[in-house]
Design a binder for this molecule. Structure first.
Ligand SMILES: *[C@@H]1O[C@H](CO)[C@@H](O)[C@H](O)[C@H]1NC(C)=O
Ligand SMILES: *[C@@H]1O[C@H](CO)[C@@H](O)[C@H](O)[C@H]1NC(C)=O
Ligand SMILES: *[C@@H]1O[C@H](CO)[C@@H](O)[C@H](O)[C@H]1NC(C)=O
Ligand SMILES: *[C@@H]1O[C@H](CO)[C@@H](O)[C@H](O)[C@H]1NC(C)=O
Ligand SMILES: *[C@@H]1O[C@H](CO)[C@@H](O)[C@H](O)[C@H]1NC(C)=O
Ligand SMILES: *[C@@H]1O[C@H](CO)[C@@H](O)[C@H](O)[C@H]1NC(C)=O
Ligand SMILES: *[C@@H]1O[C@H](CO)[C@@H](O)[C@H](O)[C@H]1NC(C)=O
Ligand SMILES: *[C@@H]1O[C@H](CO)[C@@H](O)[C@H](O)[C@H]1NC(C)=O
Ligand SMILES: *[C@@H]1O[C@H](CO)[C@@H](O)[C@H](O)[C@H]1NC(C)=O
Ligand SMILES: *[C@@H]1O[C@H](CO)[C@@H](O)[C@H](O)[C@H]1NC(C)=O
Ligand SMILES: *[C@@H]1O[C@H](CO)[C@@H](O)[C@H](O)[C@H]1NC(C)=O
Ligand SMILES: *[C@@H]1O[C@H](CO)[C@@H](O)[C@H](O)[C@H]1NC(C)=O
Length: 647
């Protein structure tokens, strides 16, 4: 720790007793499972601390990843009715010359396997990814003022079935879903205030009071018998910044999204948050970082479709000890582990890459702030508590979250984590796959088109996107780690740069019949400067309101191509991308206007010096780049988290 910071605060004395320290929470506390409250999001049994509860009579189990969950399958029936209505509205203002898209939707009404199945994925990249991704969502949201005029794309969000995010992008997704599916406009006006570094807490609390409070919240989890680390603090910070709820939404669970009526009615897309798995002994996971598990979080479940682990645990009971997929008959269940901030905190957790814990950024931020002895006492308490909180987790790869392993003794023949009592889980963008595409390319989900929003460059701070996130995902699909996925070929990064595929929207996988397996069409939306140079460093953790709004507006302009002023057929072309696979399935002639769009926006298949084809699955594992350290270091530079830069 920085002694200078402590000295600056005048702390030299003994540890006093501090009133802010709460009564401790006894471990292994057993309470009744709570009744589900209507519209209730704050349904954790015991604040931030997970609690042992009596298992429900139908005891939770780990399910095989061989199918979608029954919850998702049921929910899709409601959602598809809503997206059909929304598509008719969308094509009310998105027009295609000589083609009546509204009649087309009506003609196939109720035939959901014929109609378009749309997904949106927003990348990581720290706070700027939250804002740029937020700008895209604002453009796609029919509730945004002016978004349903000609040339605009409002209604695409309402027409989508899936919405995935990771890391900084998950802060935007979390802000929307935990706040009752609110709008980005509303978040701008009423919640997102990044004038101060977010690590110092909200404007309503002093930084030391804030940290003392979250330290106590994290402590309650540790005292309940669970591992804690940076992502607990990071997630608590996010709760205060992104959730409009008392105590930073300390008792809001992610699984409670599934309890809300609007979600059950299918009024919004399915939110998916992506995280990367790691391991205490990294060699267990194979030689390529790209083989590391990719976990997804739905409102119902947490787990992976990767072939080797291949299982999902009910999210509400994450934290429960399962053995070979079941909770031993003499054991209790755990609820409240899936704190909402902890979910986004894990997805954005790459503190392990900075060689310093989160608390150092707090310390640094505190340097020079005026203080008094009460603050100094709290400060000492905070540092101690932080070190206590993180001491139980592996200091070598300090930072990642440790989840009690729901896959213990599960799929022992194939799973690399079957012998682990806990799982190392970290930033969803590690291994370079900085756009959360994996949940969306599962063939079981039959996604037709993915709007892939890329907020961050691949090489260093202040770079614009390079396409590297798409390349990394494509590469992983060649590794035979997830046999039920498919992704269209994309060129190498060099071609992205040389041909400017990173400075305008580009479609990949346009020609479905040329693909060896059915794959979604990818609409790549790389951030580029239209109205504002929003290529901030991922380290940027504070924005004035004007900067915040300018980043959001640039994201909006990328999505709409400056309200169609860069190309007055852009909204038509988006409509064509939406319809493309559906037209194939229904044997409908592609409208001339769409053919022109595809000529303009589809990648023409030429790489600048090599042709990438998905003809075999042999190339992947030979291309492992260097050591884990080197690979992750490069990942650091492109991934979604924010680190405070201090003098
Ligand atoms: C959530 O939003 C919906 C739609 O705007 C609204 O009808 C409902 O009252 C809101 N619920 C809460 C708890 O604010
Ligand atoms: C916020 O960012 C600016 C640079 O944009 C920096 O000078 C300042 O120190 C940061 N922190 C605060 C608390 O304003
Ligand atoms: C945003 O936070 C800053 C710094 O804490 C504070 O001065 C300002 O009043 C806040 N703005 C709003 C609209 O609450
Ligand atoms: C901590 O992680 C490192 C890196 O993966 C590994 O080498 C080491 O064995 C781990 N230590 C413990 C105690 O698990
Ligand atoms: C895909 O992987 C799963 C899980 O390992 C396995 O059960 C299934 O048979 C595999 N399918 C194919 C086609 O290889
Ligand atoms: C449950 O029973 C098993 C086998 O007898 C034992 O090893 C385990 O400690 C017991 N667990 C609890 C929570 O009592
Ligand atoms: C010292 O700081 C604490 C918390 O920030 C505040 O409540 C208290 O009023 C301050 N005391 C003095 C003497 O300024
Ligand atoms: C940290 O842990 C030590 C040893 O268990 C304990 O004595 C101390 O009170 C703890 N400090 C805090 C702030 O919880
Ligand atoms: C993808 O794979 C190619 C060839 O195997 C390799 O050269 C490239 O570095 C990889 N790119 C990324 C971003 O993983
Ligand atoms: C594909 O596009 C690139 C640059 O946009 C161009 O250099 C190349 O010639 C094109 N290939 C074909 C076959 O049209
Ligand atoms: C696009 O329209 C919005 C209002 O809907 C406006 O604020 C923005 O400046 C426009 N963009 C451009 C590039 O004109
Ligand atoms: C393409 O050629 C450039 C030099 O012209 C080289 O730097 C780059 O590595 C090449 N890319 C591939 C994928 O071979």
């Amino acid at each position: 720790m920085k002694t200078t910071a402590l000295l600056a605060l005048g702390f030299l004395g003994t540890v006093p007793s501090v009133d802010a320290i709460p009564a401790s929470v006894s471990g292994k506390q057993v309470s009744r499972a709570l009744d589900i409250r209507p519209r209730a999001l704050p349904n954790a049994p015991n604040g931030y601390a997970p609690a042992h509860v009596t298992c429900p009579s139908s005891r939770p189990t780990i399910r095989s990843a061989s199918t979608l969950s029954s919850e998702e399958t049921t929910w899709l029936k409601s959602r598809r009715q809503k997206t059909e209505t929304a598509l008719k509205d969308f094509f009310g203002h998105v027009e295609i010359d000589d083609f009546d898209a509204v009649s087309y939707i009506k003609k196939h009404s109720g035939n959901y396997s014929a109609l378009p199945n749309i997904a949106i994925g927003i990348s990581g990249g720290g706070l700027v990814a939250c804002l740029n991704g937020g700008g895209t969502i604002k453009a796609f949201d029919e509730r945004t003022e002016g978004s349903t005029a000609k040339g605009q794309l409002g209604g695409l969000l309402q027409s989508s079935t899936y919405f995935s995010a990771l890391s900084g992008g998950s802060w935007a997704l979390g802000s929307i879903y935990i706040n009752n599916f609110t709008t980005v406009s509303n978040l701008q006006e009423n919640l997102w205030n990044f004038t101060n570094e977010i690590v110092l807490g909200p404007s309503t609390m002093s930084p030391v009071d804030f940290w003392a409070t979250i330290s106590d919240q994290v402590k309650s989890k540790r005292e309940a018998g669970f591992s804690t680390g940076d992502p607990d603090f990071w997630g608590r910070i996010q709760g205060y910044q992104f959730f409009n709820a008392s105590d930073g939404g300390v008792d809001y669970t992610w699984s409670s999204i599934a309890e809300t009526q609007a979600f059950q009615d299918g009024d919004m897309p399915l939110p998916l948050v992506v995280m990367t798995g790691n391991h205490r002994n990294t060699s267990t996971l194979g030689t390529s970082p790209k083989q590391y598990p990719i976990y997804e979080t739905t409102p119902w479940e947490w787990g992976t479709y990767d072939d080797n682990i291949y299982g999902f645990t009910p999210l509400e009971y994450l934290g429960t000890q399962f053995i070979d997929g079941v909770v031993p008959s003499n054991d209790t269940c755990v609820r409240g582990f899936d704190n909402a901030g902890f979910i986004t905190g894990t997805s954005s957790d790459i503190w392990n890459e900075y060689g310093q814990d989160l608390v150092y950024y707090f310390e640094a931020g505190m340097e020079g702030l005026s203080s008094n002895s009460t603050d100094a006492e709290l400060f000492k308490y905070i540092i101690e508590e932080f070190l206590n909180a993180t001491s139980s987790t592996n200091s070598t790869i300090n930072g990642p979250a440790y989840y009690p392993n729901p896959f213990y003794k599960y799929n022992t023949a194939t799973s690399p984590v079957a012998d682990e009592v806990d799982l190392v889980v970290q930033d969803g963008g590690e291994t370079s796959e900085n756009i959360p595409l994996y949940p969306l390319i599962q063939r079981k989900r039959n996604v037709d088109v993915i709007f892939a929003v890329d907020s961050l460059g691949g090489d260093s701070d202040y770079d614009w996107p390079t396409g590297s996130a798409l390349v990394a995902t494509y590469n992983r699909t060649l590794l035979n780690v997830a046999n039920d996925t498919s992704f269209p070929p994309v060129p190498d990064v060099d071609t992205f740069l040389k041909n400017g595929l990173n400075t305008r929207p580009t479609f990949f996988g346009c020609n479905a019949s040329s693909l060896s397996t059915p794959a979604p069409l990818i609409v790549y939306l790389p951030n580029h400067d239209i109205s504002f140079a929003s290529n901030y460093s991922i380290h940027t953790e504070n924005f004035t309101d004007a900067e915040r709004d300018a980043v959001i507006m640039n994201g909006y302009n990328v999505a709409t191509q400056a309200n169609g002023t860069l190309d007055d057929e852009w909204s038509t072309c988006v409509g064509c991308a939406v319809l493309s696979r559906s037209l194939d399935r229904t044997g409908t002639t592609v409208p001339e206007a769409c053919t022109k769009c595809f000529q303009r926006y589809c990648w023409n298949g030429t790489a600048s010096n090599q042709t990438t084809t998905k003809s075999s699955s042999t190339s992947g594992s030979s291309s492992v780049q260097g050591s884990l350290g080197a690979a992750l270091w490069s990942a650091v530079l492109m991934m979604g988290m924010a680190v405070l830069v201090t003098a």
